[in-house]
Structures are given as structure tokens and as C-alpha cells.
Design a protein around this ligand. Structure first.
Ligand code: DGL
Length: 266
């Protein structure tokens, strides 16, 4: 399995959030090349309607296909919830989404079967997490909470401090009250807020996200050394101005300087 898939691994998100998935892929599969697209001109996706998100997802996937990727990672829960099945049906390459990997991580973690889900308005109102969790285990108790202000906070580079703590408390209080033992970060931006969220929920609550499980799925597809490129690199594209993205992405990824290219249309 895996060794026949050549080409780079493509990822897209509405902005910075998918970098949390890319970071994990860099760790797990450092010999591969990557193409990252942050659709920063149209962030956030999570407040938009399903048809709009499907259109954006198709356009992002189309751009990445032109970059000759061999696998597409939809590094956005909102786009996965709205458009994964469309992309899987339409694209000529394997597509990996966020929902099933995050559900797997939560099922491995929970002891009491009481699970919280935080995500964008669109992801939470789609009910995709409840459906996937209950398909695996119909006895689970699930509490979902939309957190529409988390993505703008992260996109503004605000990931710690009093204001962040206030928003975390506001959104996570219902989960604490329900006594969840596991919380799924159902948005790829949210791992950037994990310290504040974990501190608020306390050490007994496991805060899980999709990136490690996604990296495992991609590794299963391409093989640990499959399609190894001699000079692996990562190319970054954004749909809005580059300076803020470059600054925040470089700070976040740490080990490498990010120099994104702005594309005008998708
Ligand atoms: N990172 C996207 C997600 O996982 C954020 C969506 C948004 O732009 O609102 O849902």
C-alpha cells in the first residue's frame, strides 16, 4: 500500500488553521513535499452557508490539483463537514478529511462516553460529529458548542491572554457543566488555543484534535517512505496579502520560514 502515490501532499484551509495539520505531517512524513493553500481572503468559512463552502472547497481543490498533488488533505473541519463527500466523488486522487480522524481520537480517549465537541457554526449545525460518533457508539452523550469567535482570534494572532481566556470560558463552560471527559477540537484553528482550553477544562479532561490521526491516515496511503522526494519542500499560497500569514505561520511552525505566494483568483 502507498508506494504508488506520487506527487506532493496538498492541504487547504480558510487560513492558518490547517497549519496545525501540516505541522503534524512535517513531523510524521518529513521526506514528502507539501503544497498549502490558505484561503485567507474568504476566512472565516464557518459562518457561511453550505453551498458557499462547497464552492470554496471545489475551488481550493482545483487549484491544488493544478500543482500536481497526489493526495488532498481537507485541513478544515468546516470544509470537511460540508464538502468531503463531494470532493471524494469528484477528484481523481485520494481525499482525507478531518472528521473521522478526530472521532477516532475521541473514541480512543473517552472513558465515560461523555464527549464535548467545539467547532464553527457551520460544523456544529451540520451535526456531522454527533452522527459520526453515534455511528461508532450509540450510547455516547455528546455536547456540541459553536465557538464563532475563536477563528477570528487566531487569525488576529491572539492565542493567549485575558481576552482569549474569557472567550474560552464563555464557550467551554457548558462542556464543563456537562462533565465531559473528552473534548474534540472540531476546527483546525483551535489547537492554537489548546493551552487556554486545557487550562480552563482542567487536567482530567482530554482535549483531542485530528492532526495526528490525519497524519496516520496519510501515512497509510503513501507509506512512510513511499514517494520520497529527493528535495522535499513546502510551498505556501494564500488568497490575501502575505505579510500577516508569513509572520504568524513562521511563528507557529517555528522550524522554518514561511514565504507564501499570493494568488489573485481561485
Ligand atoms: N480551520 C477551519 C475549520 O477547521 C476554520 C473554519 C473557518 O474559517 O471558520 O473549521
Amino acid at each position: 500500500m502507498g508506494t504508488t502515490i506520487k506527487g506532493s501532499i496538498g492541504l487547504f484551509d480558510s487560513g492558518l488553521g490547517g497549519l496545525t495539520v501540516l505541522r503534524e505531517l512535517h513531523r510524521s512524513l518529513p521526506a514528502r513535499s507539501y503544497v498549502y493553500l490558505g484561503d485567507s481572503a474568504r476566512t472565516p468559512y464557518g459562518t457561511k452557508g453550505k453551498e458557499t463552502i462547497v464552492r470554496y472547497a471545489r475551488e481550493c481543490a482545483g487549484f491544488l490539483l493544478e500543482q500536481e498533488i497526489g493526495v488532498l488533505v481537507v485541513a478544515c473541519n468546516t470544509a470537511s463537514a460540508a464538502a468531503l463527500s463531494v470532493l471524494e466523488a469528484e477528484l481523481p486522487i485520494p481525499v482525507v478529511g478531518t472528521i473521522e480522524p478526530a472521532v477516532r481520537a475521541a473514541l480512543e480517549s473517552t472513558r465515560t462516553g461523555t464527549i464535548g465537541v467545539v467547532g464553527t457554526n457551520s460544523t456544529v449545525s451540520s451535526g456531522v460529529y454527533e452522527e459520526a460518533l453515534l455511528r461508532h457508539d450509540s450510547h455516547l452523550t455528546i455536547t456540541s458548542q459553536a465557538c464563532p469567535l475563536f477563528v477570528p482570534l487566531v487569525e488576529a494572532g491572539m492565542v493567549a491572554g485575558d481576552i482569549v481566556d474569557k472567550f474560552v470560558e464563555m464557550y467551554c463552560a457548558p462542556l464543563k457543566e456537562r462533565g465531559v471527559d473528552t473534548v474534540i477540537l472540531g476546527c483546525t484553528h483551535y489547537p492554537l488555543l489548546i493551552q487556554a482550553i486545557q487550562t480552563y477544562l482542567g487536567p482530567k479532561v482530554a482535549v483531542v484534535e485530528c492532526s495526528r490521526a490525519i497524519a496516520q491516515d496519510v501515512e497509510d496511503l503513501v507509506g512512510k517512505d513511499g514517494g520520497q522526494q529527493t528535495t522535499p519542500d513546502t510551498r505556501y499560497f494564500v488568497t490575501d496579502e502575505v505579510s500577516k500569514f508569513n509572520y504568524l505561520a513562521t511563528a507557529f511552525l517555528g522550524e522554518r520560514e514561511v514565504r507564501a505566494v499570493r494568488i489573485e483568483t481561485l
